[in-house]
Design a protein around this ligand. Sequence first.
Ligand SMILES: *[C@@H]1O[C@H](CO)[C@@H](O)[C@H](O)[C@H]1NC(C)=O
Ligand SMILES: *[C@@H]1O[C@H](CO)[C@@H](O)[C@H](O)[C@H]1NC(C)=O
Length: 578
Amino acid sequence: MKLLSLLSAILVLLLSVVSLHFLHSNYWSNLRWSLSLQSSPVADLVVRNALIYTSDASLPFADSMAVSNGRILRVGNYSSVVQDLPGYGTKELNLEGKIVVPGFIDSHVHFINGGLQMAQVELRGINNRDEFVRRVQEAVKNKKQGSWVLGGGWNNDLWGGELPVASWIDDITPYNPVWLSRTDGHMGLANSMALKLAGITKYTEDPIGGTIMKTTSGEPNGLLIDSAMKLLLPWIPEVSVDERREALVRASNLALMRGVTTVVDFGRYVPGTSVQLSWDDFSDVYHWTDTSGKMMIRVCLFFPMETWSHLLDLISKTGRVVSQWIYLGGVKGFADGSLGSNSALFYEPYVDDPHNYGLLVTELESLFNMTMASDKSGLQVAIHAIGDKANDLILDVYESVGSTNGMRDRRFRIEHAQHLVPGSTARFGEQGIVASVQPDHLLDDADSAIKKLGVERAQKESYLFRSLLASNAQLAFGSDWPVADINPLGSIKAAMKRIPPGWESAWISSECLTLHDALNAYTISAARASFLDNDLGSLSPGKMADFVVLSTDSWDDFAAEGSASVEATFVGGLQAYP
Ligand SMILES: *[C@@H]1O[C@H](CO)[C@@H](O)[C@H](O)[C@H]1NC(C)=O
Ligand SMILES: *[C@@H]1O[C@H](CO)[C@@H](O)[C@H](O)[C@H]1NC(C)=O
């Protein structure tokens, strides 16, 4: 035994001496590389002199990190990280004390939608009617007669609440149908030409789960809520494959610029259906881009719950990890609508609409059946629920399905979990439910939540991040882009400060988070929430080397103010931005 190890030591020594002379010969460098894998591996990159926040509780901070083949080899202090590492070919990156965090995982986006919207009329952030009209006018100028003008992102709460109507824009859009969706995607404005094309008249009745808003004289005023949008959306020509592929590129570049290295995609508005991941987008856009070697960020995909058996077939062929870029997440369903459109389902009526409690957009029994079937076959289930009652109904469904199908690491998710009655936060922890929440929405919603729910109810029920964490719930942060901007550093600050625009102090200050909690919710906890934590979510040996360099070198300032900006983004150890 001793002799053997002595002999092999001599052999390694000899070979490394020999290899020094043949460094430029492929044969020898390959041999040297494979030998060194067994003793000390080669690092492609060593990051040093950084303030690395790892999101890994076993070693929260470090100053250096070595990367090999896209994955993290070692994390720690410089001497321990580089010890025994052959230096040949290793790039060193001295960060001069800057903060490094794991690549952000945005737990809820509509990615291709976002990319498409980047090329449409942008109405986000507009706070007056004139500007709204001006942007539409601008867009119409560049359009051929008859072609659709599409856009979105408007939020009437930013100009006092009055809803836009077709008559605002009819004069300036006589020859083009127009469709402008509200920022929450649960309502949109059509101009009169679009209503005419779709055959929506004063005689058209509200579909189940939707409303066609009408003027006092009974004419449709252009606003379509929830399922009423389905009367119009099929008339909008489907975007081409090329447009969707370009949208992915645009979206990826923006995400990387903001430090996002992984997104969990819940799909886009597909005309004739609701917001969901279309299987065409999977094959024509994601799979095509991946097999062409052009993916830039990692995506985890959630498919429409109705198609759970299709997803099961796909997973049996490819596995959950299709490639290092594409993870098959699970299935997604809908319980209710949104607060902004008065369609989120509550126990008590809306204060500004006293007969309205909101609506259930999917029959409960059918949600239950699909959850049961998906869970039984091992798929992860995510359901959209915003109102307090919708959340409780889904917690009940999850509890019942969980106890019927037996113990398993299933990580049921509730998307948004926005308003919760006292006691429901504890159920997330007890039942092991992921709360997939969006801090940016609390900034947009504060004023309207107070208007729609009343001060007290809004105060007790809204965006209970701290309470959810205290109940041991898995808290996963996301943006809901393009509903809100894709910008994790902004969201982290929103979750820490909770100060809506125009406010002086926090909305529900007892629910503010620390920097640590907020960072974890955008990294390791987000990874767990989608079963990605084997590969992603923390800077730990063996995981993908996805990380973000921030502009600041002061942890104390960052922890106090929550302010920082992205200086560079690395995916798999390679610089992807700038
Ligand atoms: C670096 O890590 C090594 C090994 O854990 C330890 O012995 C050494 O004291 C550390 N040095 C510093 C400066 O922390
Ligand atoms: C749900 O499943 C039950 C039992 O299989 C079935 O009887 C019922 O019709 C299903 N309901 C819906 C809405 O799919």
